[in-house]
Design a protein around this ligand. Sequence first.
Ligand SMILES: [Zn+2]
Length: 222
Amino acid sequence: MSNAAAERQARDDTVAAVRKLDALGMNRGSTGNLSLRWPAQGQDGMLITPTGMGADDLRPQDLVWVGDDDSVVGDWQPSSEWHFHQAIYRTRPELHAVVHTHSIHATALACLERPLPAFHYMVAVAGGDDVPLVPYHTFGTEALSHAVAQAMRARDACLLAHHGLVAAGATLGQAMKVMQEVESLCEVYLEALAVAEPALLSAQDMAVVITRFRSYGRAARP
Ligand SMILES: [Zn+2]
């Protein structure tokens, strides 16, 4: 595939993922944003959704390219959250896609200033025994980017206090999967919390699951 064809495909896939977020009800008021690592012009960079555009209006050519040196190529402004997408790519070279949403259940938990603990084995989908909570910082700031990158050093997802959810993956499909799973786990956790504080799995139980998930990942590779 030529570079141009590969970029067309990447743009189409990203728009399809935004539409899916919308269909899942996770792109509340067009607040969701999504990026794909996309080196170009001799540097690392990303293709990211533009700010303030609804999923219905979004076309592949509307995605904005942002370089590692902060240069911007496109007809629109990149999402106001682009700084933390860039910070994640810089921190985790193996990650190639980042999804951010204000989905209801993850955001509700983040508004309680609670991380998602190991109350269910699937919490390991984010790569550890919790989905950490990043303290509140104003959106679009350096402080928020720094805190997100810090939280994502050893996890593929984190909650942003009084804000929402960030999930990432080696592929767009994987990032979407982690995002959906964490949102669903937050829903179950809130249901359980309404009755009592759920008991947590031990670090040892979670370590077994994390190891299994890693070996499934290896088996799935060609
Ligand atoms: Zn946001």
